[in-house]
Ligand binder design. Structure first.
Ligand code: PLP
Length: 360
């Protein structure tokens, strides 16, 4: 069997053990004589499975009882709309921190529903840093403050939880959920699509504080996107992506067996540290991000001569290191180092980068 180190930012690498288990259970899940894909979502079996998955997820992140966990379809972009539709009806504006591509996209979507107040914007710095919090201009009575914890494309990550000055804090953790512990006392709502750090594309987790359900959604909100209805229906207002749900559950079990989120946190730091140290000392590769805000999950870098990018990618692929091409909005290279990436993958990448540099 041939498996590569896949540095793609999403859909991303999954733990081999998880895929093997899914393969083993493909035709006959738990002696049912059926694939889990073939189970009815309202049947006892799937209901029990869903409950167990939620329980594992709650344990991993130590989620307090006053938070609901939803497993929804539509990806994170659907949440860019669902958040303002559900939370902002009776408010004059919403607040967004802009530190990269996804923050901007979220704010643009937010503008369809309310006035958006930009509290900070690192666009002038090409999204290579996070503006100091003392400069953030946070409005008083906004519906919420939205930020993106890890900017998947620009390779910038928050090393702290911003102070929202009393506004409910809403966070897009699409590319780093389950890579570190979370202090839920600081958050009102967190969402993350699965295909970066914990599962296949097609399912998105929303963790929301109970009191937010008191807010009324705007009248045009599709029923499927209403948080109150999805809480009531246990994420089964319509047929949910059952197989993605199951696969995410296998990943949760895998994380537990590896030592939990604390272990994921340690590994993430180690993976990123080794690669950034190598890049900084190489005198060849460059990472443009302020070292204080460098992402542990998405490491971007450039060659001194961009015309050699194709050659770099071709040789990397031949060495079993795939999907290193940076996002089209930024160019250059990107190595996504999510939970499933073993340290050996990072070391193999560094070995390749060393060889490539020597043969310049
Ligand atoms: C990938 C990504 C998104 C978009 O997710 P979809 O599931 O494709 O809608 C949003 N935010 C962040 C931070 C991402 O990395």
């Amino acid at each position: 069997m041939h498996r590569v180190y896949n540095f793609g930012a999403g859909p991303a690498m999954l733990p081999t053990e998880v895929l093997e288990q899914a393969q083993k259970e493909m035709l006959d899940w738990h002696n049912t004589g059926m694939s889990v894909m073939e189970l009815g979502h309202r049947g006892e079996l799937f209901k029990k499975l869903a409950e167990e998955i939620e329980q594992d997820f709650r344990e991993l992140l130590n989620i307090p009882k006053n938070f609901h966990v939803l497993f929804l379809s539509g990806g994170s972009r659907t949440q860019f709309a669902a958040v303002p539709m559900n939370l902002a009806k009776d408010f004059v504006n919403t607040a967004y921190a802009l530190i990269g591509h996804w923050s901007k996209v979220a704010a643009e979507e937010g503008k369809l529903y309310n006035d958006v107040k930009i509290v900070c914007d690192s666009g002038a710095q090409k999204y290579s840093m996070i503006p100091d919090q003392s400069t953030w201009d946070i409005p008083k009575n906004a519906a919420y403050l939205h930020y993106v914890d890890n900017e998947t494309i620009h390779g910038v990550e928050f090393p702290f939880v911003p102070d929202s000055k009393g506004l409910p804090l809403v966070c897009d953790m699409s590319s780093n959920l389950l890579s570190r512990r979370i202090d839920f006392s600081k958050f009102a709502l967190i969402y993350a699509c699965a295909q970066k750090n914990f599962g296949p594309a097609g399912i998105t987790i929303v963790i929301l504080r109970d009191d937010l359900l008191k807010r009324e959604a705007i009248r045009q909100t599709p029923s499927l996107m209403r948080y109150d209805l999805q809480v009531k229906e246990k994420s089964m207002f319509n047929t949910p992506p059952t197989y993605d749900w199951y696969l995410s559950g296998l990943v949760f079990k895998w994380i537990k067996a590896q030592g939990g989120v604390i272990e994921m946190e340690k590994r993430a730091e180690k993976r990123a540290q080794v690669l950034y140290d190598f890049i900084d000392q190489s005198n060849f590769y460059k990472n443009p991000v302020d070292p204080r805000y460098r992402s542990r999950m998405d490491v971007i870098f450039n060659l001194p001569d961009e015309t050699r990018n194709d050659e770099f990618l071709k040789q990397a692929k031949a060495a079993g290191l795939t999907n290193l091409k940076g996002h089209r909005v930024l160019g250059g290279m990107r190595a996504a180092l999510y939970n499933a990436m073993p340290q050996a993958g990072v070391l193999a990448l560094i070995e390749f980068m060393t060889d490539f540099m020597k043969n310049r």
